[in-house]
Design a protein around this ligand. Sequence first.
Ligand code: NAD
Length: 353
Amino acid sequence: MKIFDLMEKYGHEQVIFCYDSTSGLKAIIGIHDTTLGPALGGTRIWDYDTEEEALIDVLRLSRGMTYKNAVAGLNLGGGKTVIMGNPEKIKSEELFRAFGRYIEGLGGRYITGEDMNATTKDMGLINQETDHVVGLEGKSGNPSPVTAFGVFKGIQAAAEEAFGTTDLTGKTVAVQGVGAVGYHVCKHLHEAGAKLIVTDIKKANIDRAVQDFGAVGVAPEEIYGVECDIFSPCAMGAVINDFTIKQLKCKVIAGSANNQLAEDKHGDMLEEKGIVYAPDFVINGAGVMNVYEEMKGYNVERAMSRAATVYDNVRKVFEIAKRDGIPAYKAADRMAEERIEKIWRITKILNNR
Ligand code: NAD
């Protein structure tokens, strides 16, 4: 494993390996790019098979955060941590406090929060050693309703692109996954007059959406082929792939799930099929906007009004796509890169501060 080659490939500034023999902590912090501000990104706890797998995951995820934070218009760079080990077995006070001390040692260059298998309780233990942590109990709380509102605004932006109007009255939206985010997306869509088709692997979640919003429930494998205007993936990644793309009858794909395209080529295929795609890390950006508000003293109204800017962000992606003649998924990357480049350039002003 050639670590510096990998850092060059992914464009990283810094990678920190943290080991503590008392707690057994094995963590890797990836700081990808801090042009816009301190690197923010959550801590994932996962039982990786190899150290290489953990390193590549943290490099990939922290780079993704640079792009997500940049398009969200936040003054934040991108970072992420992976803690290696079985989340059922390794958690302890000393492990999270040891990790907190490593974060404190970075002097604010990196701010952590929750990710897969990490909880608000774990963040509380980290917080005993450092203030560079968000997602704390009693602060911004559950981000899902805020994320969902942003996704709804993003769906409106994508609908405008496809149908010439943000009005969703009578439009049929197929929602995959009616969990924490998907349920609230359905609520907004229902209030906006849309018809809903929903699926989930948990029957109770389907039943709730049927009862609360008059949705039609279908089996998980059926959702791709249903007749609809908009497909909203709100469950898991890689759902736009060789197998599903042939089945799609929608004109728009706009949902909260991370990493929706199995491969880049699927973004090109959507373009060829004339399907408007709202890139995942742009449309689900209100989750990170919500924790950003926590850093400034949380206020739910301010978080919601920031979440509404997802509409403008998704519109901007389509503008760049048209300006440069590229598919939306590429335009989203370009939007992030252009903002980082421009902000980097203005740092020459007052450089002698
Ligand atoms: P969640 O676990 O609460 O909801 C996901 C739902 O999808 C669950 O109800 C689950 O049963 C269902 N599901 C899982 N596999 C499925 C399948 N094969 N077919 C149909 N349904 C399936 O998670 P969430 O917090 O609502 O997040 C949903 C997605 O949005 C995830 O990809 C997440 O990474 C992303 N996201 C969430 C937030 C947030 O604020 N929660 C922010 C940004 C991105």
